[in-house]
Design a protein around this ligand. Sequence first.
Ligand SMILES: *Cc1c(COP(=O)(O)O)cnc(C)c1O
Length: 437
Amino acid sequence: MSAAPAGAPGADRLAALGGTPAVARRLRAAHWPVVTDLDRRAVLDVLDGQALVSDTNGETAVSRLEDRWARFCEVPECVAVSNGTTALATALAALGIGPGDEVVVPSLSFVATALAPLHQMAVPVFADVDPVHFTLDPASVAEQITERTAAILPVHLHGRPADMDALGDLARTHGLAVVEDAAQAHGALWRGRRTGALGDAAAFSLQVTKNLPTCGEGGLITFADPATAAQARRIRQFGEDIDPGRERRYLSHRLGWNHKMNAVQAAFTLSQLDRFADYEAARQSQVTRFLDRIGELPGVLVPTAPAGGSHAWHILRLRFDPAAAGLPGSAAAGYRKALHRLLRAEGVPVSRYQLRSLPRQAAIADRVGFGAGYPWAAATAAEPAPRTAVADAIIEDSLTLQKRHLAPDAGPALDAYADGFAKVFRNLDVVARMALA
Ligand SMILES: *Cc1c(COP(=O)(O)O)cnc(C)c1O
């Protein structure tokens, strides 16, 4: 741009044009996770005890966390592992998914969703997502099912449960396993049931940025069938069985890995669980208040909770439609870029999350895999071509607010972010000019 556009005068002058930012500096520090003395005590108690890993006989912080999360999700079993990615891979392995199998995954997710089937030598097949909820579009999934399909891997992306009724019907019709990627959706409800209880298995991440954090890396897997959970316990422990009250025998019964969780991680998460409901309540009220205001702005598509369920509000993704904002001449990407720049100048910490759809990630597109193209090279037939039209459009025209901006004490900051959005949308003439520049 050669000369800066004049824009509005006074308080409405955009920060990018020399005005005062809408978000005061003191509101810009974002803290997650919240760490209290109770968390510190829990970790130190583990260091003073004898049980640091999950292969210790008897009750440990790891086994207590497993029991508690199984009860919370109302499932028979939970198995703790080293992180959310190993949780996904272990769930698939426990269900017997491996070479020759295809697993249908969404085109829009964090890359681990597609890496997990590859780690089992299964081929990920990409279905498109719903343009409003960002979760697997059941119609697209139906088109991607072949005789090699073994599982559907729905992601409750950003905390919004996928359409588990329609996906469950498809799975039953075709005899497929369902593994939920619930890494972003702890505690979210679908028709009154928790994520984690909506398929054959579900993977949760406890990575420090997630809604239920540990002090580093961790993962939980929930299972509908105790026999599958028993396989997962073997898989995380070199293929061994650890029997309570009996000495370890070092007998390996199947291909396993070392995917164990340590007790420090478990104790920290157990302590966080004591406050999970309070944090959840704070998120529900302050995020709803924020979205009520943002939803009134022209051409802004805001996420919603499912009917009869809830959204965990891990990440907020907003889509921007220039035509609906009265700027039919703007291209979606240019308009989003202009909003990004102007909102950041106001102190609203919007960012892009996912710069490309999963099949466009080099790790997948290049098809190197384990070397020499495995697992793709070993498949008996080519898998269906990826469906990405909606995922690609979402990546072009949306911006996100991340977990740390939705922390329990973020209410005042979120109110200020809404002020920042309102100010930018009162200056749509500037946005339009910048979008064309
Ligand atoms: C974070 C995340 C994972 C992976 O979890 P890690 O604990 O980081 O390995 C998988 N899927 C989704 C959707 C995630 O957000």
